[in-house]
Design a protein around this ligand. Structure first.
Ligand code: ZN
Length: 181
C-alpha cells in the first residue's frame, strides 16, 4: 500500500523517528511488527539514543515477514538487508500493507546503497531525511557517515555493509568535513 522511508547518517535520530511512529500503535488493535537484521549486533530492541526503545524481531531475510498477518511493518537498518529483499517489499505492498523503513542512505564513500536506490524506484509516498550534528565542525548539517580506523578515514576496500562491532568508529559529518578521496 504505502512505503515510507526514514533516511540519514549515523546519529540522526532515525530510530527515534521509527519508534515514535510505532509506540502509539501499542494502544490500538492494529496488528504491527517491527524488524531488524540479524547483522545488527548491538541489541534486541530498536533503541534511540535518548533511551527509549521498542521490541523488534531479528530476521535474516525480509521473506520471513511474508506469512505474518501484520498490517503495518517497520524495518530498521534496511541498508543491512540484501538488495534482493526489495522484491519482498514489493510483495508486501501488493498485499496492502504499510511499510516504514529506516536506515543509512549513503555508505562510507558517500555512495547510495543499492537497496535504497531500489526503494526510491518503487515510488515511496513519503521520504524523511534526517540530519545529524557534524562531529568535526559541530554544525547540524551532517549527511554523511565517515568510518574511521585508528583515527583515519577509510576510503576504500570495505564492503558497504559494515557491522557496528566496535572495530571501527562511525562519525556523522557534513559536506565540508567529509573525506572521500
Ligand atoms: Zn562539518
Amino acid at each position: 500500500m504505502e512505503l515510507f522511508l526514514i533516511l540519514g547518517p549515523m546519529k540522526s535520530g532515525k530510530s527515534f523517528e521509527l519508534i515514535n511512529y510505532f509506540l502509539p500503535l501499542n494502544y490500538t488493535n492494529i496488528k504491527f511488527g517491527l524488524y531488524q537484521p540479524v547483522k545488527n549486533k548491538r541489541n534486541e530492541n530498536v533503541w534511540s539514543r535518548n533511551g527509549i526503545s521498542i521490541k523488534a524481531k531479528k530476521i535474516k531475510s525480509l521473506k520471513e515477514i511474508l506469512n505474518k498477518k501484520e498490517k503495518i511493518i517497520g524495518i530498521d537498518e534496511i541498508h543491512m538487508f540484501s538488495e534482493r529483499d526489495v522484491e519482498t517489499i514489493n510483495v508486501l505492498l501488493k498485499q496492502n500493507r504499510k511499510i516504514i523503513v529506516s536506515g543509512l542512505d549513503l555508505d562510507y564513500r558517500g555512495k547510495m546503497f543499492p537497496i535504497i536506490k531500489r526503494l526510491f524506484e518503487m515510488g515511496p509516498k513519503k521520504v524523511k531525511y534526517k540530519k545529524a550534528v557534524c562531529e568535526l565542525c559541530k554544525k547540524p548539517e551532517a549527511v554523511y557517515t565517515q568510518i574511521l580506523k585508528n583515527n583515519k578515514p577509510i576510503l576504500s576496500g570495505l564492503s558497504s555493509i559494515i557491522p557496528d562491532d566496535g572495530k571501527y568508529v562511525y562519525m556523522p559529518v557534513c559536506r565540508k568535513c567529509f573525506i572521500n578521496k
